[in-house]
Design a protein around this ligand. Structure first.
Ligand code: NIG
Ligand code: FE
Length: 410
C-alpha cells in the first residue's frame, strides 16, 4: 500500500551522507511511503505521477520531520518520587538523598512489590506520552529490580510494552544501576551475581540488546564496571555506560576501552575521555533534562565534543528520580540554551545521532528512501522555531512505520 503525505510546508531531516549536526531542508516537498518504509521525498506532482493510485494523507501545512529517537530512558518503575523533588527544593542534593537510602533504592523497594501486570499498566500510560510528543523510538532500561527475578520482570515488561505501543523499544539490561540494600556490605558479591547469573540469563532469554552500568562514585567503580561490561560483551550484549556524570571517574575512557556503543551524561568528561571516545567510535548521549532537574548549573561540554567530531545525541533520561520528562522538544531547548548547540545540531541530536547511539541509524532517525516511515508533523514556521517556542507541544500528527498513530487533540 502506497501513501503520499502531501500538503506539507516541506521536510526537515538530517541525512546519513551529511556531516553530523547538519540538516537537509526541502520546502514544498511531499513524502511517499510504501507499507512501513519511506519510498521518496520529492515535489507532490512528481510523486503523484510516479504513484498514481496512491492514497494521500493531508500534511495540514506542517513541516515533516523524522520522529524523535530517545536513546536513554528508564520507564519501568512503580511509584513516583515527588517527595525527593521537594527535598531537593529544600537544598538536599541527589547524592545526599541517595546516601540516606532514597534515590534508586527507593524505587527498587517499590518495584519489587509490584506485579508484572501492574507495571505494564503503569508504564503503558507513561510511555503513551512519548508518542504524543513525537517520539517514535526509545531505548528502555531495566534497573529498578536489582535481583535476578525483578530484573527479568522489568525486561519482560519492556518486551510486552514494545508489542503494545506504537514505539520501537530497544531493551537495555541495567542490573548495575545501584547496589541493592541486601548487598551494601558486600558490594563485590552483587557484581558476582550480575556477572555469573544475571547477565547470562538475560542474554540467554534475549531480553536485552545492550548492557549498561551506572559507573559513579559510591555506585560502581571503574574496575567493577569494566568487569560487568566485559562479561556482558562475552554474552553478546553491547556495552553502554552512565559515565562521568556527578564526578570525573574516567567513565568515558572506560567506554572507549570496552568499545561501548555510547557513553551517557558526561558532565565531568575529561579531554582525554573525549579523545578516547572519538578514537573508539563511542557516541556521546547528553541529558540536559537531568542536569536541569537536579538543579545543576553545569551541563555537559557539548561544544567540545562537537569540535572533536563526535555525533552528539540527546535523550530525556526519563526516570522518576533525576528526570521526570518524556518530552524531547523541551530537551532541545535545554540543549540549545545550556550547551550552546545550534537548532540544527539539537534536531540532528534528537533524531539521527540518537539513532546512532542505539545502533539503529540504518533504519531510523532520518527521512530517507529505504528507512522506516517514522514521521512527525510539526505546526511551526521553520526548524529554528522548534527549540525557540518551548514548553508547548508542536506535534500535530505522528506516523510510525507508515501508520498514523496519533493526531493532536484526539
Ligand atoms: O540516569 N544515573 C543513574 N540513573 C538515573 C537516575 C535514576 C533514578 O534516580 O532513579 C539517571 O539519572
Ligand atoms: Fe539514566
Amino acid at each position: 500500500m502506497i501513501k503520499i503525505l502531501n500538503n506539507l510546508r516541506g521536510t526537515i531531516t538530517p541525512r546519513l551522507d551529511l556531516p553530523f549536526g547538519k540538516l537537509s531542508i526541502e520546502p514544498g516537498a511531499a513524502l511517499a511511503m510504501e507499507n512501513d518504509t519511506i519510498l521518496a521525498i520529492a515535489p507532490p506532482e512528481t510523486l503523484r505521477q510516479q504513484y498514481p493510485g496512491a492514497e494521500t494523507i493531508d500534511g495540514q501545512n506542517c513541516w515533516a520531520m523524522p520522529g524523535f529517537v530517545d536513546p536513554h530512558t528508564h520507564p519501568v518503575f512503580y511509584k513516583t518520587r515527588e517527595e525527593e523533588f521537594e527535598m531537593r527544593i529544600a537544598g538536599k542534593s541527589y547524592e545526599e538523598i541517595a546516601a540516606a537510602g532514597g534515590g534508586i533504592r527507593n524505587s527498587v523497594r517499590a518495584l519489587r512489590q509490584a506485579s508484572f501486570d501492574e507495571l505494564v499498566a503503569l508504564a503503558y500510560r507513561r510511555m503513551r506520552i512519548f508518542t504524543e510528543y513525537g517520539t517514535t523510538a526509545i531505548e528502555a532500561k531495566s534497573g529498578y529490580g536489582l535481583s535476578l527475578e525483578d530484573e527479568l520482570k522489568s525486561l519482560r515488561v519492556i518486551k510486552k510494552l514494545s508489542a503494545l505501543l506504537p514505539l520501537t523499544v530497544v531493551p537495555t539490561f541495567l542490573g548495575a544501576h545501584e547496589v541493592p540494600d541486601e548487598y551494601r556490605d558486600r558490594r563485590d558479591k552483587y557484581v558476582d551475581l550480575l556477572v555469573e547469573e544475571m547477565i547470562p540469563r538475560v542474554a540467554e532469554e534475549k531480553l536485552a540488546v545492550f548492557c549498561d552500568v551506572f559507573c559513579e562514585k559510591n555506585v560502581f567503580t571503574v574496575a567493577q564496571s569494566e568487569r560487568i561490561l566485559l562479561a556482558a560483551r562475552d554474552h553478546g550484549l553491547v556495552p553502554k555506560l552512565h559515565a562521568d556524570e556527578l564526578h570525573p571517574t574516567g567513565g568515558a575512557e572506560l567506554a572507549a576501552k570496552v568499545r561501548a556503543i555510547s557513553a551517557d551524561h558526561l558532565l565531568k568528561v575529561s579531554d582525554r575521555g573525549i579523545a578516547a571516545m572519538k578514537d573508539a567510535g563511542v557516541a556521546p548521549v547528553l541529558l540536559p533534562g537531568t542536569a536541569f532537574f537536579l538543579a545543576k548549573t553545569e551541563y555537559a561540554p557539548a561544544r567540545k565534543m562537537l569540535a572533536a567530531g563526535l555525533p552528539v545525541a540527546l535523550a530525556t533520561d526519563f526516570n522518576p528520580g533525576s528526570s521526570m520528562i518524556q518530552n524531547m522538544q523541551l530537551i532541545l531547548t535545554l540543549a540549545a540554551l545550556q550547551m550552546k548547540m545550534t537548532p540544527e545540531e539539537v534536531i540532528a541530536g534528537a533524531t539521527l545521532n540518537a539513532a546512532r547511539a542505539i545502533a539503529l541509524e540504518k533504519e531510523l532517525g532520518s527521512l530517507e528512501a529505504g528507512k522506516k516511515a517514522d514521521v512527525i508533523l510539526l505546526d511551526i514556521p521553520g526548524y529554528k522555531y522548534l527549540p525557540y517556542h518551548y514548553g508547548v507541544n508542536h506535534v500535530k500528527m505522528v506516523i510510525r512505520h507508515g501508520q498514523v498513530v496519533h493526531r493532536a487533540g484526539e
